[in-house]
Design a protein around this ligand. Structure first.
Ligand code: FES
Length: 165
């Protein structure tokens, strides 16, 4: 190897070494800051609260509309959230569906159109869903209404997060 090649190698070695050490030190300083910023979100997502919705005895086979109001804390802000839910009994099971249309987020209503009895109807773009929340083909929504997890405590229905079906 020539002398010139040695000089270039040394320079490259120093450049890589300093870049590596500098990057390591920067990561050491930034990681705690990123962790502190993201931590509340991770904690909030892990909680999975259940909220009171309705007495089980009030439920029949016809979907009824309920407003769920609760305090949401995302780690930085507390705010009041309101969600509209349709809930009914299906045998021993409870079906709790989000009223948020899966097309563009308007609010659907049960039997909202005289032309479509026994269906959820979205007036924004004429979306239709079956009683169990299944989207009707040929209408804008491409997925079913989201369904809430639930549990029954002391004769009352509590719901958690809504999930895609
Ligand atoms: S938002 Fe419901 S059909 Fe478009």
């Amino acid at each position: 190897m020539s002398e010139k090649n040695h000089n270039v190698s040394r320079r490259q070695f120093l450049t890589y070494t300093l870049t590596g050490v500098g990057g390591f030190m920067a990561a050491g300083m930034l990681m705690p800051m990123v962790r502190m910023a993201v931590d509340p979100v991770l904690d909030a997502a892990a909680e999975g609260d259940m909220n009171y919705l309705v007495e089980f005895d009030e439920l029949g086979e016809e979907p009824i509309r309920r407003e769920l109001t609760y305090e949401a804390d995302d780690g930085w802000y507390e705010s009041e959230q309101i969600e509209t839910i349709y809930v009914y009994r299906d045998g021993d099971d409870v079906v709790a569906l989000s009223a948020v249309c899966t097309h563009l987020g308007c609010t659907v209503s049960w039997e909202g159109s005289e032309d479509y009895p026994e269906m959820f109807y979205c007036p924004c773009h004429f979306g239709l869903y079956e009683r169990d929340g299944t989207n009707v083909e040929g209408t804008p929504p491409t997925e079913p209404l989201h369904r809430y997890e639930y549990e029954i405590r002391d004769g009352a229905v509590y719901v958690g997060q809504s999930e895609p079906q």
